[in-house]
Ligand binder design. Structure first.
Ligand code: IVH
Length: 672
């Protein structure tokens, strides 16, 4: 392909992909299959690798992230990012609306919106392209988190239609509840602590240094304000509606997320409606925002020192209910974590009946000094199960018994352990404690692991209880005759199950590794280990030093991997999986050249033309090996901007050759 042809094809693919991305994520109306979409993206990715000079910062391939930001730059806001006056009092809202109504503004309308509970963001666009994404910071200056925001699928990288040449759009980045809950499940199944709530998780995610981790977290946006000089609108509502046509995800009017009202009654109706309905939204809101619609009216009303006079927020009180604590169960999770769960006298809360609430861990019980028969306050948050936030001490029955945490596993009687610095108690009997065994198998068959269709979580329980599976390897010995004996197992289901098991033998090595459920080896870590060692054999033999060499693998993960493979029962399972023909080696990518054959390369810092992840991919495509730290075995140190001085010094001491970006590209055969 000639360079001009590549350039044109890149432009065309970019346009197509942006279009389908918008249909899928913003409009929830996909028009091509996922496979067709992936094929377009793959084609673009490969072309950009061969022609990095035509790869733009806003290419849709950048959505998967990969760039590392060492330190987020501070930038001044062109328009200060103000906060809103807010109140929990309905009367104060009524007074505010009435005050403005009496100010003599003609054709006054208000816009009511949801107050999204996330992180405020300002997105700057110039000539249709996203140029910068900045956090609120102190309102005057924020942090440039563009790399991370590019990975959010509902943020358009290039705009559609008739938009101003320069403007800023502001809104909220939030974590939808399903993404939050899924993330916590995944964290739990790889032995990490759960995150507390979606807002803090969204904030923490936006500050991650590795944008590819941000890409996997499922963040989303709603945009609610357009800022710029000479905007072609006279009202806030029109501006938000127009922004929807440029490709932004804006509050949908048909779902009632945004509404125009003329009177205090309309505003109060909106508040009352959402105070009830908010519990059924797929994300959290913490209130309602009311804005004066007309820009002219907004100008007349002006600002106080901190906030606009033309807008205010009503905050919802967290819904609480008081009810009796009847008993506490101790649940054993899939990873052996013991979670105390309170059984409560049923009580209405936010539209549902609550009978159970999480107590998290021993410290929580201790902090609340819980006794049986106590009257406790329960509150609903982003978690599926409500939590106990306090108690009414004056209602404690006489001679109430204090709740004691268990010392032994309620299911297998093993003595519980609590590692230093960790909040949770664990049952250490990984191999034989029923929920842990089932949990491992459920994790193994799950979508992101072996993706075995036809086996859901309940089927695993059924197969386990029937004695058909004791380890994940037993899945591969299941027979039609054995399955058909089970309750509710029709012929068709048994066939599907066996087909799913068979098909899983094609799942790539990195997912097999993730599926094993080694503690602290989540999806990303599994990918890193698989790429570094290339095969199960090499990984199983790897000593501690070699594990620690791998990028972002620390002592905790390395020891967990060693412990896993030191256990003979685990090794037996792994051997059985090998005999059943699962993939134990990385698929060899077709090499572009052998220019870096046998070379060990450390990549450090950031680069101008290609992202770090692309550089790493290029190293592999040209036969080289990525390593994380400089040693006497390192052939090259590929030095980008902002590289750590210790690496540089070590390379100097050991005589390792330094390469800059251009020298590297030349080495693998790309010109300027
Ligand atoms: S308008 C000058 N609209 O609430 C007006 N803010 O306390 C600026 N928020 O920092 C904000 N949903 O992070 C506006 N529909 C909405 C909002 C909203 C959430 C957040 C935003 C802002 C804070 C104000």
């Amino acid at each position: 392909m000639k360079p001009e042809e590549a350039r044109d094809r890149i432009a065309l693919l970019t346009k197509e992909i942006n279009h389908h991305n918008r249909l899928y994520y913003v409009e929830a109306n996909p028009q091509i299959s996922d496979a067709a979409f992936d094929a377009l993206l793959k084609e673009l990715e490969l072309l950009e690798l061969d022609y990095p000079e035509y790869a733009s910062d806003n290419s849709p391939t950048k959505r998967v992230g990969g760039d590392i930001t060492k330190k987020f730059e501070t930038v001044a806001h062109e328009y200060p990012m103000l906060s809103l006056a807010n109140t929990y009092s309905e009367e104060e809202i009524q007074e505010w609306v009435q005050r403005i109504t009496k100010a003599g503004l003609e054709n006054l309308t208000f816009v009511c919106e949801l107050k999204y509970d996330g992180v405020a963001i300002g997105l700057r666009y110039e000539n249709s392209e996203l140029v910068r994404a900045v956090t609120r910071g102190d309102g005057e200056k924020g942090e440039d988190i563009t790399m991370n925001v590019r990975t959010i699928k509902t943020v358009p990288l290039t705009l559609f239609g008739d938009f101003p040449s320069k403007f800023e759009i502001r809104g909220e980045v939030y974590m939808p509840l399903h993404a939050f809950n899924q993330l916590n499940e995944e964290r739990e199944s790889s032995g990490e602590e759960r995150f507390a709530n979606p807002r803090n998780t969204a904030a923490g995610t936006l500050k991650l240094q590795d944008s590819s981790l941000v890409a996997g977290r499922g963040l989303d946006t709603y945009l609610y304000g357009v800022y710029g000089q000479d905007l072609p609108f006279s009202s806030h509502f029109d501006a938000v509606k127009a922004a929807g046509t440029w490709g932004f995800k804006t509050p949908p009017e048909n779902l009632g997320y945004i509404s125009c009202c003329e009177s205090v009654e309309g505003v109060m109706d909106f508040i009352h409606y959402w105070d009830e309905q908010r519990h059924f939204l797929p994300f959290e809101i913490d209130g309602i925002v009311i804005k004066v619609n007309s820009y002219e009216h907004q100008r007349k009303l002006g600002f106080t020192a901190k906030s606009p006079r033309w807008a205010t927020a009503f905050k919802f009180k967290a819904k609480q209910a008081l009810t009796e604590l009847i008993s506490v169960d101790f649940q054993v999770g899939r990873t052996g974590a013991i979670t105390p769960v309170a059984n409560l006298a049923p009580v209405q809360l936010g539209g549902t009946t609550v009978k159970r609430a999480s107590l998290h861990n021993a410290d929580q019980i201790e902090k609340l000094d819980l006794h049986l028969g106590d009257f406790v306050f329960v509150e609903k948050g982003g978690e599926i199960i409500p939590k106990i936030v306090g108690l009414a001490l004056n209602q404690r029955p006489e001679a109430a018994v204090k709740i004691q945490f268990l010392e032994r596993c309620p299911l297998c009687n093993a003595a519980l352990i609590r590692k230093e610095g960790e909040a949770q108690h664990f049952c250490p009997n990984e191999q034989h404690c029923a929920p842990q065994v089932m949990g491992k198998i459920q994790h193994f068959v799950s979508r992101k692991a072996m993706n075995i269709e036809g086996i859901g979580e309940e089927t695993v329980v059924q197969l386990f209880e029937a004695g058909l599976i004791k380890t994940v390897a037993d899945l591969y010995s299941l027979t039609f005759d054995a399955l058909i004996q089970l309750d509710r197992m029709a012929e068709k289901s048994a066939e599907n199950l066996l087909k799913g098991v068979l098909e899983s033998k094609h799942i790539p090595f990195e997912r097999v590794l993730f599926a094993l459920g080694i503690r602290h080896v989540g999806e990303t870590v599994a990918k890193r280990l698989a790429t570094a060692f290339q095969s199960m054999d090499a990984l199983m033999k790897a000593p501690l030093e070699d594990l620690l060499e791998v990028n972002e693998i620390g002592e905790r993960i390395a020891h967990s991997v060693l412990e896993y493979f030191e256990n003979s029962e685990n090794r037996n399972t792994v051997d059985a999986l090998r005999r059943h023909g699962l993939r134990f080696e990385m698929e060899q990518k077709a090499l572009h050249s052998e220019a870096l054959k046998g070379k060990s390369i450390v990549v450090s810092g950031v680069f101008d033309r290609v992202s770090r992840e692309e550089i790493k991919e290029l190293i592999e495509l040209h036969g080289g090996k990525n390593v994380s730290s400089v040693s006497s075995k390192t052939d090259y140190l590929l030095a980008g901007e902002g590289m750590g001085p210790s690496k540089l010094k070590k390379a100097g001491d050991l005589g390792v050759q330094l390469l800059n970006e251009q020298e590297f590209l030349t080495l693998i055969g790309y010109g300027k």
